[in-house]
Design a protein around this ligand. Sequence first.
Ligand code: N01
Length: 516
Amino acid sequence: MTVAELAADRATRRAPVHTRALIIGTGFSGLGMAIALQRQGVDFLILEKADEVGGTWRDNSYPGCACDIPSHLYSFSFEPKPDWKHLFSYQDEIWDYLKGVTDKYGLRRYIVFNSLVDRGHWDDEEYRWHVFTVDGREYVAQFLISGAGALHIPSIPDIEGRDEFRGAAFHSAQWDHSVDLTGKRVAVIGTGASAIQIVPEIIDRVGQLQLYQRTPAWVVPRTNEELPERLRRALTNIPGLALALRTAIYWGQEALAYGMTKRPATLKIIEALAKWNIRRSVKDPELRRKLTPRYRIGCKRILNSSTYYRAVADPKTELITDRITRITPDGIVTADGTERRVDVIVFATGFHVTDSFTYVQIKGMHGEDLVDRWNREGLAAHRGITVADVPNLFFLLGPNTGLGHNSVVFMIESQIRYVAEAIAVCDRLGAQALAPTREAQDRFNAELQHKLARSVWNTGGCRSWYLDEHGNNRVLWGGYTWQYWAGTRSLKLGEYQFFGVGTGAAADRAALAVAE
Ligand code: N01
């Protein structure tokens, strides 16, 4: 029996399972964290809601699903894969990569599959987290690390009549592969990152495509031919070449941060490229007008495709910009009263992001409900990772650590290092727990929000899911990623409170370390 099987067995018998660190999720975050803890000799278990690893790269299997950041960068620095087939890898190859990493590091034995976390509370006396899955199993751990991310709870708009629709209807992240789209009238709702990959992929197959657009996206050209065999061999065999490519991609992406965070007006150059992308594929001036955004590029994620506009201009496609008012058993009704009959509806309508934290109940010190606090004060964490008065809880890709311009795997690796160090610091100081001080957390977030105030996300004239209901950006990092790396390179003891250090030498050591 593996560690995970033993744990599952024990939990099923309603006996709490004890471990030192409990990780939630097996995407890039959870797997990377597990590898770091393995290296550090910290016992851990991973709770995974599904029956396989992979996170977003397992869930999103829609046609054309690919990463819009080059894979030579969008992969673990410690597990390079020089022979990626494409620059912008498709979902199956990234998913295979994650499964390969899981097996290489023998992580499956620590993963309890089909375990959706429902709630967790911190016990002030025991200095332990008690975490419960929806099926009632209990896990007890000193450290709780969420690698759940914020893009995993599909958002399906609550349109009147949605449940009465007689045809197939599904979300882009829950693609129903049993539905054959050949010759069908297909409606795609939404024109974000997922939709612009789906539309060109299905256009040849469908009989008719209705594309419901609420806000047009900026889409820059990109080709993604298979990389030549010779280049892939060179990247594999020539020492340093793959690393040089990774570094070049990193700095190329990083350059975008200047415009996005400091001088949004400079992004106009990229707007020109995106407008050219529309012009070269769309001849109809009215259609061009509908497709051209009226906000600064970068305000929403900059998308890349050289085939999207061609598919929109295809005679089989109708771009519909009237608001959807109702779904009937056979079709979709828009505000102008038109009902269009449809066989299949694809909701490419994104995810619950700024409210994703409300799906798990977390109670910190003295039973304080973190969801209530965040609902009251807004989503915030110290360096996007730890939370004041909530000891030993760590978020990977937590508040304000998503990116609009570079690889999130880079952010995840910075965070993993930080969490591993936090655990090592507790051990070194003989402390049971740590949490950032309110002061440190508030200072960090005040500076961050100050920076974000002039970013393209706050000033670009769009309404995006980066902003909460008060218009505060709670999702993205507001600077260069190397600045985040520098800020998380080592845990600053003065920013933390330690708990359970006891008395005598250990307590003195902790007090001294913090004071220093
Ligand atoms: O979701 P989105 P996504 N009626 O939220 C529209 C990552 N990702 O799944 O813009 C009508 O971007 C909504 O309209 P509007 C990436 O981080 C990465 O496409 O809100 N329309 C929008 O057009 C990305 O940002 C890759 O006005 C409605 C669309 O649905 C994130 O996932 C690939 C509506 C939702 O777009 C999410 O992308 C794919 C309604 N009621 C995704 N509600 C990579 O390549 C929403 N919409 C790495």
